[in-house]
Design a protein around this ligand. Structure first.
Ligand SMILES: [Zn+2]
Length: 269
């Protein structure tokens, strides 16, 4: 029983655990990221164990990239690893009134920031490849240090194919981040050693048009995709690999015929 006004004591016990590999340290920190000031060691151990716990599923914590990373390890051993992380100052406990919650120490955050920024960079590159520019919405309101580190990594990548999605991102950001994004765009544009982006690429993809397109319910979008005229097939066909462009008030899909590969265009009004 917890007496009124008394803090829940958090007892640290590293059990048999003598040390953690750097991979394990990164894993525990990545799991903790989802519950900083939201949960304690018990919940973290359930994420790492891949538990089907009701509270965990309600909070969507099974979406964590390290969900189930320590599957097969006993709950007791996972808790010992977490306690080892606290004793070695990667994580700390802070009290929200009486409840002990996990927080990053400076040392822990430095490692986690790096892991998370690399993960976001991969997702960013993937989103750019698929013209999935809505991804930038997920970057807004995130920790600023993390976002600046991500932007440094984008600049280092020298990947000019990231310029368009950066421009889309810039549209929705606050001043400081906007300025930094612009710097990265200029760096990528001015780098002579990187692959040149064609003018065609710039013209075709319009973030605004894509947003408009995505605002149409999926079932209608599917109908439109399957109702495109192909002059080569002389038939109504399905459009594939298309991009979305704005033309006045209308949006236009530019792609190819699913049957013969011929270029097809569909105006959506
Ligand atoms: Zn065709």
């Amino acid at each position: 029983m917890v007496k009124k006004g008394k803090k829940v004591r958090y007892e640290l016990d590293t059990g048999e655990v003598e040390s953690l590999s750097s991979e394990e340290i990164k894993t525990v920190l990545r799991g903790a990221d989802e519950l900083i000031m939201r949960g304690g060691g018990a919940l973290l151990s359930k994420i790492l164990a891949g538990s089907k716990d009701k509270k965990l599923l309600e909070l969507g914590l099974d979406d964590s990239p390290v969900y189930g990373a320590f599957k097969g390890t006993t709950q007791k051993d996972i808790l010992a690893k977490i306690d080892w992380m606290i004793i070695n100052h990667y994580l700390a406990i802070e009290y929200d009134y009486r409840t002990p919650l996990l927080v990053f120490t400076k040392k822990g955050w430095e490692i986690e920031k790096e892991t998370f920024a690399n993960e976001l960079l991969e997702q960013f590159i993937e989103a750019a490849k698929n013209s999935y520019f809505e991804f930038v919405d997920e970057l807004k309101d995130r920790n600023r240090e993390l976002i600046f580190l991500l932007l440094d990594k984008i600049a280092e990548s020298k990947n000019k194919e990231l310029i368009l999605i950066l421009k889309a991102w810039k549209e929705i950001e606050y001043k400081k981040v906007k300025t930094k994004i612009q710097e990265v765009i200029e760096k990528l544009e001015n780098d002579q050693n990187t692959k040149k982006i064609t003018r065609k690429d710039v013209e075709i993809i319009s973030f605004v048009a894509r947003k408009k397109w995505m605002s149409i319910p999926a079932e209608f979008r599917k109908k439109i995709e399957r109702n495109v005229w192909c002059s080569s097939c002389s038939d109504v066909v399905q459009i594939k690999d298309y991009s979305v462009k704005e033309s006045g008030e209308e949006i236009v899909l530019h792609g190819s015929c699913k049957i013969c590969g011929h270029t097809v265009v569909r105006v959506v009004d």
